[in-house]
Design a protein around this ligand. Sequence first.
Ligand code: MN
Length: 731
Amino acid sequence: MTLQEQYQHLEDTIRAYNPGANFEQIRAAFDFAEAAHAGQLRKDGSPFVTHPLAVAQILAEELHLDSESISAALLHDTIEDTAATHEDIARQFSPTIADLVEGVSKLTRVHYTSKAEEQMENLRKMLMAMAKDIRVILIKISDRLHNMRTMEYQTPEKQKQKSYETMEIYAPIAHRLGMQKMKWELEDLSLKYLDPVGYREITEALEAKAAEYEGFMAAIQDQISGRLTDAGIDGVVYGRLKHPYSIYRKMYTQNKSLTDVFDLIAFRVIVDTLADCYNVLGIIHDLYHPILGRFKDYIGTPKPNMYQSLHTTVVGQNGIPFEVQIRTREMHEVAEYGIAAHWKYKQNGQGAGDEKNYEWVRRLLENQEGADAEDFIHSLKVDMFADEVFVFTPMGDVINLPAGATPIDFAYTIHSAVGNHMVAAKVNGRIVQFDYKLQNGDVVEVETSKSAHGPSRDWIKIAQSSNARSKIRQWFKKERREENIINGKASFDAEIRRCGITVKELTNEENLPLVLKKLSYNCLDDMYAAIGYGGVTALKLVGRLREEINHVLQQHQNAPAQPEQTEQAKPSAQPRRVHGEQGIIVEGLDNCLVKFAKCCTPVPGDEVVGFITRGYGVSVHRADCPNAAPERRRSEEDGRWIKVSWAEKTNPSYQTTLEVLAKDRPELMVDISTVISSTKTQFRGLNARITAEGAVLVTMDVSVADTEQLQAVVRRLTQISGVMQVNRPAG
Ligand code: MN
């Protein structure tokens, strides 16, 4: 066929279903595309314009689309691949056609790099959300179908990559839109490149069967047709072999060989009325032996994509099983053409009454209620995901955010540490303001710095997600608390020194509970925070502690004279025992079994508490471990929480756990292990995984002597490039 003949064929196809189409516009679109793509060739050597022409042919043939869609299909690659602009097309054709072409170009620009299974649903949603007008999706699917049909001219890598995308993204969208016929073809073509051997095995077997089954299928067809005529039912009956991918999937999901796959043949009976569907079902079950449990009534309960049919599997006289699908003509159109069939009905003013049953279509159409047929086509919008925006991480993962989200929301979705350390944001490679509104398909990159000052207060107003806002608020609360504790501690310390004693003496194991009780604080930090915040003065608190201070001063007098009051030699309420089980001294218990809690892995230098377990001795927790938090303790266990302390002589090493959160980069693990070995530390266990947000979380067990060594390790780890956070997990 010459190019002109191919174009003529397109017009003929359209005329057959839509004699009133705007052929002048369609012709002009074809001429425009031919001129714009002049000189460009496809991989097979044909002029490029044959591609948009073929896409338009698919839209006409498979989906019976309107003139604007056909024109847009002819122009669909002009904005992306030629000098033509949106304005050119809007001026020469119409703004709607220009928008459709622009919409298709936008989808073309999205590149999928992620292969993660859970990302695929997000990618599909992103495409739907980006399309705005459902016709953009229909053109894009037809574009992909033609590219898949001509995939043999591409390199093997491109074949695989495109086939994977098609299988994971476009075929499911076609399915969701109810376009079964296109979905099948997309799946079969993808399979051909994804598993050439499996595909060939199935298609060759089907070809062999086709000959074998030919007579059988004709006989069944005659049989059914005959019974329909006898019953006075007007219906069309035809048989077909199932499509390769549906057989392939059965083989894999049910672990069957090709010969075990149950039914390779399916018959369709298409009748006029819903009542006849059930009549035909009765006839089929009378003629053949139905297989139990294989009957499905998708008429009573349609599939979410509006598919309706009765399915049953029966066994013919010679023992060959086959499936029969029974549906009305209208159901058949919907099954084959999906959403496209649906609006064709609306267009003709028929079949408009049923869509209330189809929840998703209803949502899709909500804004169109009351609009007439013409408006309906023009404004058919994909508004399913209007309140969400889908953007990419630099690694190609899709992040789903509320509409209007900013880089701040993005950063806090990745991790609160990323948000708190954000210093700049890039969208599609360009620096943007933090209040930039993210668009579907944007690639967002956040730059962090360890010296970042943290979020600013206006971020709370800029952020759109409650998640980001609450994380920012948390930061302020926590940050302020830490500052307050430091300041409060300094004032309190100065005030106490003036009385001639040290904070350490006043808050040793013996005195601390008394002090806290008197001042009604849960812990020292709460008290310091209150001072730092200005809620109470250090002077006032010290005033209330007269009694305890005098008590400490008393002890000074009773104690033997000391030449120099160094921190270490200071007398304490109890003489310190040198040895203890595992380096732990349990108050009031000698030689009891001691083990270290796995949740918080304390090391010498950590404040610790003990818990008397049932039968396993004393379990030692860090005092700040959530599992040891006073509010978490059950009252019946009160007596089992006991004081423990580190002995003077501890073991040479203790195992503890660190978590490192870092940006993924080559050699990160090399740098981490260098730090570990250079700090004379040893790995006892190591596990690294990529978080959903694309960062790396390294969990490692290390042996250290005490907190001093541990802090040195943490300091060094924090200095590694890309490391965002180093934590000691607890709880
Ligand atoms: Mn194209």
